[in-house]
Design a protein around this ligand. Sequence first.
Ligand code: NAD
Ligand code: IPM
Ligand code: MN
Length: 348
Amino acid sequence: ERTVSLAVVPGDGIGPEVIAEALKVLRAATAGAVRLDTTTYPFGAGHYLGTGEVLTDADLASLSRHDAILLGAVGGDPRDPRLAGGIIERGLLLRLRFALDHYVNLRPTRLFPSVPSPLKAPGDVDFVVVREGTEGPYVGNGGTLRRGTPQEIANEVSVNTAFGVERVVRFAFRTAASRRGRLTLVHKTNVLTHAGGLWQRIVDEVAAEHPDVSVDYLHVDAATIFLVTDPARFDTIVTDNLFGDILTDLAAAIGGGIGLAASGNINPDGAFPSMFEPVHGSAPDIAGRNLADPTAAILSTALLLDFLGLPEERDRVNAAVAADLESRGSAARSTTEVGDAIAELAHR
Ligand code: NAD
Ligand code: IPM
Ligand code: MN
């Protein structure tokens, strides 16, 4: 029996609700094959408001010692002035992605046959967004001049390094090669010429090593058109941190809703633990009412199992979700009902 040391960060709002169900399914799918050794950490807005700490260096060191991290969602009430300025988002979530070098943010979209899409004729939707995770406008390279005056200048600089772009682009090519062999670079090279030029050049260079992958390019605005009018044309999309954030909420909607969208923050080199989380946030509007769909968190455990090299267990989770979605009628089900049903289907 293999042991997996898993850090669990349930977080805020619906985070703990969906994580409880994800762990239920993870335990069911791995029973007898994997000894799951979980450690729960309290980090999130609630922890910060109670202790004044977002994530200490010692906390970070503890998290780094696990094989992987499962995270629910973090972030409090956006109107709470004590949390203004993205204290939790930047200080916890982005800090983890940067410190643990999660340069691949992997966000698959698959429209299960039984799931209604908001699109009239979606076709066969099955694509993955490889979102860069450690650079772009997310690095906090900005500043304000003449604050509070009519001449205020607010800069947010997008950082794109050849090293950072090349490694995520290489990962995207490998991903495309293992799928249907089609890679789409999404950027805005007609306006963001410095960053866009670097991305395009690196994609062109790596493409020369990958005759097995066909490559095309879309400006991000046009990509949003085709995601809605013809999502089946996409296989693998590679894009920067901010475009990837926006496109993957759109992708989630196309795939049947934000309650189904999973993600992995991956350090492919294995130097640091990777972190798996639903694409959604803490959903303060429905928190604490057993209403959240835990499927996104559950599907994130399938990505975790895949990353840990447990394909059999991964398949069990995915098949259980597919079967559950198949049997979902129009009646609303609670968070725990969905989790229980999928756990039962996933059990060995
Ligand atoms: P959100 O994803 O939390 O919610 C957007 C909408 O989707 C809401 O109407 C919500 O009820 C719904 N929704 C989300 N998850 C759902 C689920 N599992 N089942 C059913 N409905 C679901 O986005 P937001 O409102 O922009 O952000 C709320 C807070 O979460 C903010 O503090 C934000 O910064 C944070 N956030 C955190 C993460 C993360 O931890 N990875 C991701 C996104 C947002
Ligand atoms: C996501 C979220 C985060 C992001 C926020 C909360 C920092 O929206 O995981 O998609 O922008 O990456
Ligand atoms: Mn987002």
